[in-house]
Design a protein around this ligand. Structure first.
Ligand SMILES: Cc1cc2nc3c(=O)[nH]c(=O)nc-3n(C[C@H](O)[C@H](O)[C@H](O)COP(=O)(O)O)c2cc1C
Length: 199
């Protein structure tokens, strides 16, 4: 059996979520005995099922259902689209019926991270919408507790429900220091929870 891993599974069209994923991975990899596996999902076509090359032109490799089944913990990342999960990530989740039927994800820790272009445009709501399917899978939701001081000082993203990024600046992918610190705290926490729950 290989090293246990936290799957960082995301969709990112313009790069903010991909940037957050790097900082979450850094947090995961700061914990001994577990590592980050960073995977994206492909976009979906507007008219029919898209066929994509197995290896994306850029960014992380595409996730497989086996990688989700085998993970010790999950960090799910989606841009906030009308306050909820972006369709490509929802499409991937909607292919997980077999994992639900076999209970493969029960008792594994999960967390969410999101990015939205307006301050009150759905950070919390999107994180809550990610929680729903993962609770159906029996996963244990882990938020971000307030001993992370950046939750009190942030003037951009960051919520107790999960890390978030406010993508309204000129360089919309650039995270603030507080946002980076909360992403790293989220990665560290999900890794520590994965180790605790595996015992
Ligand atoms: C279809 C669509 C819907 C969106 N809905 C919202 C929204 O409800 N609230 C918001 O603040 N931003 C919204 N946005 C902006 C994205 O959430 C934001 O640009 C995000 O940072 C994109 O992440 P990415 O750079 O990883 O693709 C929307 C963008 C698109 C394309």
């Amino acid at each position: 059996m290989g090293t246990p891993y936290v799957l960082i599974l995301f969709y990112s069209k313009h790069g903010s979520i991909a940037e957050m994923a790097k900082h979450i991975a850094r947090g995961v990899n700061s914990v001994g005995g577990i590592e980050a596996k960073v995977r994206q999902v492909p976009n979906v076509s507007e008219t029919c099922e898209a066929t994509t090359p197995e290896i994306p032109d850029e960014g992380s490799p595409y996730a497989t259902l086996d990688e989700l089944a085998e993970c010790s913990g999950l960090a799910l990342g989606s841009p906030s689209y009308f306050g909820t999960i972006a369709a490509p990530l929802k499409h991937f989740i909607d292919q997980t019926s077999m994992l639900w039927l076999t209970g493969r994800l029960i008792d594994k820790p999960a967390c969410g991270f999101t990015s939205a272009s307006s301050m009150h445009g759905g950070h919390e709501q999107c994180l809550h919408s990610m929680m729903t399917p993962l609770l159906h899978h029996g996963m244990v939701w882990t938020g971000l507790p307030y001993n992370n001081k950046a939750l009190l000082s942030t003037t951009a993203g960051g919520t107790p429900y999960g890390a978030s990024h406010l993508a309204s600046n000129t360089d919309e992918h650039q995270l603030t220091n507080d946002e980076k610190s909360l992403c790293e705290a989220q990665g560290k926490r999900i890794a520590e929870m994965a180790i605790k729950l595996a015992k």
